[in-house]
Design a protein around this ligand. Structure first.
Ligand SMILES: CC(C)(COP(=O)(O)OP(=O)(O)OC[C@H]1O[C@@H](n2cnc3c(N)ncnc32)[C@H](O)[C@@H]1OP(=O)(O)O)[C@@H](O)C(=O)NCCC(=O)NCCS
Length: 176
């Protein structure tokens, strides 16, 4: 049985080590990293998968991002990923368990649409992410259009926005 727990229980070094093993050490130049530049990952939507000895063998992070329209308005989105599983245990159900937990939790805690850059053969097949509504989205780096995916967080959640540039979410300054 696959055990999941909040990713916040893991050290930054353990998280970096797993991401390096799954994606390579050059991963930080990827467009997904630029989209969420400067953001902190969302602790309530980020999870670790553990093996029988309690060692982390998979992880999923989520980030606050937005689609920025030309008129300066932004639509909040949750960027899902990276989803990473240790090479030695891939295809053992860890990725699916992590994504199932993300989808189940997001439906309870947010109305914001979910987005990701990922393989539709995996994320569309199991969780219904689709590139159908992202064809007018832009990103601050290269991406393959069929891998830019979105999904409502739940059936009554906010609609997927039509057009704009992906980037970090701008948080309004606090008023005193
Ligand atoms: C992609 C990843 C998260 C999947 O997690 P996992 O625990 O290995 O896979 P799961 O056990 O959850 O799912 C296995 C099923 O998904 C399929 N699958 C796995 N990765 C896939 C991919 N990138 N595209 C399409 N299908 C995929 C498998 O063929 C298998 O299908 P089956 O049940 O019909 O045999 C994991 O393999 C990983 O971290 N890979 C390295 C990073 C990477 O390549 N990411 C690319 C995806 S964005």
């Amino acid at each position: 049985m696959i055990r999941l727990e909040p990713l916040a229980h893991q050290s930054a070094d353990a998280i970096d080590g797993l991401l390096d093993a799954a994606f390579g050490t050059d991963r930080r130049g990827r467009t997904a990293y630029i989209i969420r530049l400067g953001m902190a990952w969302l602790t309530d939507l980020s999870f670790a998968a553990l093996d029988a000895d309690g060692a982390m063998v998979g992880l999923l992070q989520s980030w606050p991002v937005a689609l920025h329209a030309p008129d300066g308005t932004q639509t909040a989105l949750i960027m899902v990923g990276p989803v990473a599983v240790m090479p030695g245990v891939q295809n053992g159900g860890h990725g699916r368990a992590l994504m199932d937990r993300l989808i189940e939790t997001a439906a309870k805690v947010t109305d914001d649409p979910l987005m990701m850059i990922g393989d539709p053969g995996y994320y569309q097949r199991f969780w219904g992410f689709s590139a159908d509504e992202t064809d007018q989205w832009q990103a601050p780096g290269p991406f393959e259009a069929h891998r830019l995916l979105a999904r409502q967080s739940h059936p009554d959640g906010a609609a997927i926005p039509c057009a704009g540039m992906l980037g970090p979410r701008q948080i309004a300054p606090a008023t005193v």
